[in-house]
Design a protein around this ligand. Structure first.
Ligand SMILES: [Fe+2]
Length: 406
């Protein structure tokens, strides 16, 4: 751990640095679910489902969460409020469109009325996708893009078991299209869960590699949301606080896995980064990462950790000032430094953190080949996350970024 990253910092800049390329909108909108947060909050999940009118909850989860005992605990809490759930767990990391279709069939057969996601981002994205198709028909990939979900969907309660994806509060779902070999992004208010129940206890059973990957994902959410063209004062405060909490606590959750304060800080960071990015959207790191993840079925946060320093340097060439508060939030002393130097320090610190957490130094170690770059760059241009990147990026720019990160 570097001393600089461990230091605390006053992260709220008294004057909000301008967003570089005007989005032409003097206003922002802010979507947020009902949030239940705190140590032991899983005990509220049954009441949350009841508040949404549940008679028969459909619980989406996975084998790791069941093995850790969280499904058994949730089933007990549901029984306390006289709810008898159906559980479904037939999905893999980076959920695929055919898995969603199977989940929809099971949901419709079950006669259930509320969907509960208990797990990491893959579980929660699959739970959202099942709700979308159950309410709207067709295939999940029919709803790729922005605001394509128009009919009502079953109410949802999301209980995250990782600190990173923010899917429990976000208006995003990401589903792997196995035909095109890319990740399809769905965005819209219909995808905002009704209730998010965040219990930091659930983080204590995460494997270390998952804690590292999801923590890097949360850091990427905070940084991309802060510099996004759609950023605003309501998202800035959460983005910067998430960055600060992650840089203080992520390494400690790995060296001291039973540290309650560090786990709680990471749960809060994930939540706050989620609130920031669901409203400010993301940027080139995610637009590129989705393509790599679709091609090679890799951990999303690890790919972000490799790409993010390169994207920071690229974006800082047009808007270095926005990265100064980011560097401060990371605990870096950038007093008196020119903005571009401070931005470079932030990029270096992200690369150091990713390396310390075991990320490879380049995409080649993850299996990406130079021959893949043209296709990856082409599909990146179609990803919705690129539209809020603070610097315009065409095919040549994105290809150069992939090559630099190789
Ligand atoms: Fe992400």
């Amino acid at each position: 751990m570097t001393a600089a990253l461990g230091a605390s910092a006053n992260v709220v800049s008294p004057v909000r640095p301008p967003v570089p390329r005007s989005a032409g909108r003097p206003f922002t909108k802010y979507l947020v679910p009902e949030v239940v947060f705190g140590w032991g909050a899983l005990s509220e999940a049954g009441f949350a489902a009841r508040r949404l009118g549940a008679q028969r909850p459909f619980v989406v989860t996975d084998a790791g969460v069941i093995e850790a005992g969280w499904w058994a605990e949730l089933a007990g809490h549901l029984a306390e409020v006289e709810l008898c759930p159906t559980v479904w767990q037939e999905l893999t990391p980076n959920p695929k469109e055919h898995e969603v279709a199977a989940g929809v069939r099971r949901y419709l057969e079950s006669g259930c009325d509320v969907i509960i996601g208990l797990g990491g981002g893959s579980v929660i994205d699959a739970a959202k996708a099942i709700a979308v198709v159950a309410g709207n028909g067709g295939r999940i990939l029919d709803y790729e893009g922005v605001d394509k979900v128009t009919a009502a969907i079953p109410p949802t309660v999301m209980c995250p078991s990782t600190a990173g994806t923010g899917a429990d509060v976000s208006q995003f779902a990401v589903i792997t299209d196995t035909t095109r070999r890319l990740k399809a992004t769905l965005i819209g208010r219909a995808l905002v869960p009704d209730i998010s129940v965040t219990d930091p206890r659930l983080l204590t059973t995460m494997p270390d590699d998952l804690a590292a990957a999801t923590g890097l994902d949360a850091l990427t959410h905070g940084i991309e949301a802060y510099v996004s063209l759609a950023a605003g004062p309501l998202t800035d405060v959460h983005a910067l606080h998430a960055i600060e909490l992650i840089c203080r606590s992520l390494r400690r959750t790995l060296t001291h896995p039973d540290d309650v304060a560090a786990r709680t800080a990471m749960a809060q960071a994930s939540l706050e980064a989620g609130l920031a990015f669901t409203n400010a959207i993301l940027g080139a790191t995610h637009a590129m990462s989705h393509q790599v993840g679709g091609l090679l079925d890799l951990p999303h946060g690890v790919v972000n950790g490799v790409l993010l320093p390169h994207v920071i340097r690229f974006n800082a060439r047009s808007s270095p000032g926005r990265f100064v508060p980011v560097a401060r939030a990371m605990g870096l002393d950038v007093t008196g430094l020119p903005d571009d130097v401070a931005a470079g320090r932030a990029a270096e610190a992200v690369a150091r953190l990713a390396a310390d957490l075991g990320c490879p130094s380049g995409l080649a170690e993850l299996g990406v080949r130079d021959a893949d770059i043209d296709t990856l760059a082409a599909t990146t241009l179609g990803d919705a996350c690129l539209s809020t990147n603070p610097r315009d990026a065409g095919h040549a720019d994105v290809a150069a970024l992939f090559r630099a990160a190789l």
